[in-house]
Ligand binder design. Structure first.
Ligand code: NAD
Length: 429
C-alpha cells in the first residue's frame, strides 16, 4: 500500500519504518524541515534501539523515504497516518493544534479516497474533529474515512512493540476502513479489536493511566515499606506472581515520567471533568508521583545535610533506559530541585546528554560515569541503564568524597555495595 506518515517523531518514524519493513511504500513528512533533511541523509534524529539500521535498510530497498512536500505526499497515498504530538495545554488538556493542522493539510491535498488513521493519543471526539476539519477545508469533495488506531509502543523497545503488539485497536464504523486496516496489519499476529472511535480513544487513555496508577501504587507501598522495615522489591515479587496482578510496572522508584503518562493522566482528568466526573483516583496518582520526586531529594539531604555547595554525581538523564527522550524525565526534575537547593550536579547519560542540556542548559555533563563520581559528595542513580550495573564500584568508591549511593531505581545490589563499604540507600527497602 502507499502510505503517508505525518509527523516523524518517536511514533511516526517507528511506524513508517516498520510499515516499510512489512512491504509497503512509505513516505514520511514533517513540518520540521531540518528533521527531513537529516533523515534524507540517513541521519536518524532520535535514539531508539535498532531504528537506525531498520531505517537505512528500508531506505536502501526503496520502501521508505522522507519529504517536506506535504501536499505531494498526501496526494500519492492511500493511507495517511497522523502521528503528530498532542502535548498538554496550560490546563492539562491535550493540545490538538497539530492534529487540526494535519487535518487541514490533508483537506488541502485530498485528490481521491483516503483512509486517515489517527495514531496520536487524543481525547474522545477527536476522530470526529479530524473528520469535520477535513470536510470544512476540502475545496473539492472526495470520499475519505477517519479512524482511531492508538499506538501502544514503548520507547526503548518500540520496533518490537510495533511488530509484536499485545493487541491492535481500531476505532471505526466504516467497513471499507476495516478491510484496509485488516489487510495492512495481516502480517502482524495480534488480536484485532475493532470498536467504535470513542472506545478506541478511551482504550489508550485507560491503558496508560492504569499503568501510571500501578507505578504510583507501588511507590506508595515503597514508602510504607520504608516506614515499617519491609523491602518493596520482595513485596513486588510476591505480588507479581499473582496472575491477576503481574510483575510489570511494580518497580518502585522516583516516579513515572516520559512524554505519555504525565500528559495522558492530566488529559484524562480534564476529559472526565469536562464530562462531569471528578477523577479523584487519577489526581491522587499524579500527587503521589510528584511527591516521589521530592522524596528522592529528601533522601539526598538526609545523607548530606545542607545541599548548598555540595557536588552530587548523577547517573542517567533520560526518563527510562534505552531512549534519549528526556520529556518529563524524573531525572531532570530531581536535578532541577537539587540545583535549586544550591547543589552542584555532574551528570552522565549514554545517549540523552544533548537533549537534557537543551531542556536544562545549566546542567554540567561529563564524558563518563567515573568522571561523575570523581570528587562528588554522593552518587545518585536516576536512570537504570544496564551499563551502570557493571561499573567498577571499588573504583567509584575511591573516586567519591563520601561513599554514598542513592539508588532511586533500585537497580544495584545493596548487599554487594554495603560489603564494599558504601552507605547505600534505595527506595522502599
Ligand atoms: P514527537 O514530538 O516525537 O513527534 C511529533 C512530530 O510531529 C514532530 O516531529 C513534529 O514536528 C511533527 N508535526 C507537528 N505538526 C505536524 C504537522 N502538522 N504535519 C506533520 N508533522 C507535524 O511525538 P511522539 O512522541 O512521536 O508522539 C506522537 C503521538 O503519539 C502523541 O500523541 C503521543 O501521545 C502518542 N504516543 C507516543 C508514544 C511514545 O512513546 N512517544 C507512544 C504511544 C503514543
Amino acid at each position: 500500500m502507499d502510505i503517508a506518515i505525518l509527523g516523524v517523531g518517536y511514533v511516526g518514524l517507528v511506524t513508517g519504518a516498520c510499515l516499510a519493513k512489512l512491504g509497503n511504500q512509505v513516505v514520511c513528512a514533517d513540518v520540521n524541515k531540518d528533521k527531513i533533511t537529516s533523515l534524507n541523509k540517513a541521519v536518524i534524529p532520535i535514539y531508539e534501539p535498532g531504528l537506525d539500521e531498520l531505517v537505512k535498510t528500508e531506505m536502501r530497498k526503496g520502501n521508505l523515504s522522507f519529504s517536506d512536500a506535504m501536499s505531494r505526499v498526501i496526494e500519492n497515498s492511500d493511507l495517511i497516518f497522523i502521528c503528530v504530538g498532542t502535548p498538554s495545554d496550560d490546563n492539562g488538556a491535550a493540545d490538538l493544534t497539530y492534529i487540526k493542522d494535519a487535518a487541514r493539510e490533508i483537506a488541502m491535498s485530498i485528490n481521491r479516497y483516503k483512509l486517515v488513521i489517527n495514531k496520536s493519543t487524543v481525547p474522545v471526539g477527536s476522530t470526529m474533529l479530524v473528520e469535520h476539519t477535513i470536510k470544512e477545508n476540502m475545496s473539492v469533495v472526495h470520499e475519505f474515512d477517519v479512524i482511531s488506531n492508538p499506538e501502544f509502543l514503548r520507547e526503548g523497545s518500540a520496533i518490537d512493540d510495533f511488530l509484536n503488539p499485545d493487541r491492535i485497536v481500531v476505532g471505526t464504523t466504516s467497513q471499507k476502513a476495516i478491510s484496509l486496516l485488516t489487510e495492512l496489519y495481516r502480517p502482524i499476529t495480534a488480536p484485532l479489536i475493532i470498536t467504535d472511535p470513542a472506545s478506541a480513544e478511551m482504550i489508550k487513555y485507560a491503558s496508560n493511566t492504569f499503568l501510571a496508577t500501578k507505578v504510583s501504587f507501588i511507590n506508595a507501598i515503597a514508602n510504607v515499606c520504608e516506614a515499617v522495615g519491609a523491602d518493596v522489591k520482595e513485596v513486588a515479587l510476591g505480588m507479581g506472581y499473582d496472575k491477576r496482578i503481574g510483575f510489570e510496572f511494580l518497580r518502585a522508584g522516583p516516579g513515572f515520567g516520559g512524554s505519555c503518562f504525565p500528559k495522558d493522566s492530566k488529559a484524562l482528568i480534564r476529559i472526565a471533568e469536562d464530562n462531569g466526573y471528578d477523577f479523584r483516583l487519577l489526581k491522587g496518582v499524579l500527587e503521589v508521583n510528584e511527591a516521589q520526586q521530592e522524596l528522592m531529594v529528601l533522601k539526598v539531604k538526609k545523607k548530606l545535610g545542607e545541599l548548598s555547595g555540595k557536588t552530587i554525581g548523577a547517573f542517567g538523564l533520560s526518563f527510562k533506559p534505552n531512549t534519549d527522550d528526556v520529556r518529563n524525565s524524573p531525572a531532570l526534575a530531581i536535578i532541577r530541585k537539587l540545583l535549586d537547593e544550591g547543589a552542584l550536579v555532574k551528570a552522565f547519560d549514554p545517549v540523552a546528554m544533548d537533549n537534557a542540556k537543551m531542556s536544562l542548559p545549566q546542567l554540567n555533563t561529563v564524558t563518563d560515569a567515573y568522571e561523575v563520581a570523581n570528587k562528588s559528595d554522593a552518587l545518585l542513580i536516576l536512570t537504570e541503564w544496564d551499563e551502570f550495573k557493571w561499573l567498577d564500584f571499588s573504583k567509584i568508591k575511591n573516586l567519591l568524597n563520601n561513599p554514598v549511593i542513592i539508588d532511586t531505581r533500585n537497580c544495584l545490589d545493596p548487599k554487594t555495595l554495603r560489603q564494599l563499604g558504601f552507605d547505600y540507600e534505595g527506595v522502599g527497602r
